[in-house]
Design a protein around this ligand. Structure first.
Ligand code: FAD
Length: 410
């Protein structure tokens, strides 16, 4: 039997960052991960860290994005973890007149709020990214966006936690949680742990852990899939994206009672094309974008990969001639309303959650963990977490039950 002051379940970026920031504040932390650290979404994502800066009135999204960039800098520059972090900037391609009008308005709105974003011509973009198609009507440029190696970075956060005394226990599958007086008795594949405070950071698997506590957590697993070329000489320097999905989702987010907003495919029908990619340090060019509800199935949909590849080649035409070397998929934790869920679990004085980071949890997870650590440590909720309150789902959850499918504990 192990005792933990604070027990964190989940060794992705959200759990690892929470562990680091609690341990750094002198708290006694145990983190349980059923596989290896970074073995799920946090290790297989595209490594894109989206940021537009803080803006003049930083809200939750600014804190999570710009705040996370600062934490990545701390990890890479101050603590010396080589996680392939760099502020590369990002370019988002415009394909049509309608998208151009949308992007122009967006650039205007963002700059009014002091965010770092500009609308540039294809010629200007080619001075930054030489292989961009010169025929594109324009591109959005986000100079302070960044990138990093997701598996290395997530393990870096766990290592930073361990250096402050956190116990990081891989291959510990949490199978049962019981409330035992003021404590939580947590059964794992390697024995029981009794904890004063419990943090759920289990990504797409949070609902199964919530069930153990009789709390229904409206997180839906959404499959994201990616493809990579074989290693190539340096040819892509920024992150590459497209405004197509943003423009389409602004018109119709695609959400309904059982579907979170901003998916690319709903009920088997394509709603839009989403695109993000970059070249990794080892030379692979990686791209992805699709977001689809298929339960906990991580099998690849080859048709979706082909759509994504054709989209990427509309931005970087040389990709038409480069074969796909490998594909993979992972599960993203989407809350039913698309917003993060960070805070105290309804009905529990000492159980917390950090999840719902959806399709951008790599770029937002570090600050999500730091904000939750601050809340747990001080007992005071950072004001920006109001919008991430888990209590907002305390009623009206019936619709969500069918959407997530069966949520296996392993
Ligand atoms: C293909 C793909 C591309 C993406 N690209 C990007 C991107 O470029 N930029 C970006 O910002 N985001 C991206 N994302 C989203 C991002 O990866 C996720 O939002 C983020 O990793 C979620 O982190 P997490 O720690 O909440 O969950 P996870 O990384 O899934 O971690 C949860 C952990 O909990 C563990 N766990 C679950 N149940 C138990 C249990 N019972 N006992 C013990 N441990 C358990 C799991 O094994 C897992 O390791 C992408 C996601 C995918 C799938």
């Amino acid at each position: 039997m192990t005792h933990a002051e604070i027990l964190i379940v989940g060794g992705g970026i959200a759990g690892a960052s929470t562990a680091w920031h609690l341990a750094e504040r002198g708290r006694e932390v145990v983190l349980l991960e059923r596989g290896e650290i970074a073995s799920e979404a946090s290790g297989v994502n595209a490594g894109s860290i989206t940021s537009l800066g803080w803006g003049h009135t930083p809200d939750l999204q600014s804190h999570l994005t710009a705040g996370s960039v600062e934490i990545f800098k701390q990890l890479a520059l101050d603590l010396g973890h080589d996680v392939e972090f760099r502020v590369s900037g990002a370019l988002s391609a415009i394909h049509t007149d309608e998208q151009y009008a949308w992007a122009r308005d967006r650039a205007h709105r963002l700059r009014e709020q002091s965010f770092v974003a500009e609308l540039i011509t294809a010629r200007e973009a080619r001075a930054i990214e030489p292989h961009v198609d010169p025929a594109l009507p324009g591109l959005m440029h986000y100079p302070v966006s960044a990138q990093a190696n997701p598996a290395k970075a997530t393990r870096g956060f766990a290592d930073a936690a361990a250096r402050h005394g956190a116990r990081i226990l891989a291959n510990h599958d949490v199978t049962q949680i019981r409330v035992d007086g003021d404590a939580y008795r947590v059964s794992t594949s390697h024995g029981d742990v009794v904890a004063d405070t419990l943090v759920l950071a289990a990504g797409a698997w949070c609902p199964a852990l919530g069930d153990m506590l009789d709390v229904r957590i409206p997180i839906i697993p959404v499959r994201g899939q990616m493809w990579a070329t074989a290693p190539l000489p340096p040819s892509v320097f920024t992150k590459i994206a497209s405004v197509e999905s943003g423009c389409d989702w602004a018109r119709d987010s695609g959400a309904d009672d059982t579907t979170p907003p901003e998916l690319t495919i709903r009920d088997g029908k394509r709603l839009t094309r989403h695109l993000y990619g970059r070249q990794t340090r080892d030379g692979e060019i990686i791209f992805g974008g699709d977001r689809q509800i298929v339960g906990y199935d991580k099998a690849i949909d080859p048709a979706g990969i082909e759509v994504n590849r054709a989209h990427a080649a509309q931005v970087l035409p040389f990709l038409r001639r480069v074969p796909i070397a490998r594909t993979w998929a992972g599960l993203m934790p989407f809350a039913l309303d698309g917003k993060p869920i960070i805070g105290r679990l309804p009905g529990h004085a000492s159980a917390w959650i950090v999840s719902g980071l959806a399709s951008s949890g790599f770029g937002r997870g570090p600050m999500a963990g730091k904000l939750l650590a601050e809340y747990i440590h001080t007992g005071h909720r950072p004001h920006v977490l109001t919008d991430a309150d888990p209590g907002r789902f305390a009623s009206g959850l019936s619709a969500y039950a069918g959407a997530r499918g069966s949520a296996p504990t392993s």
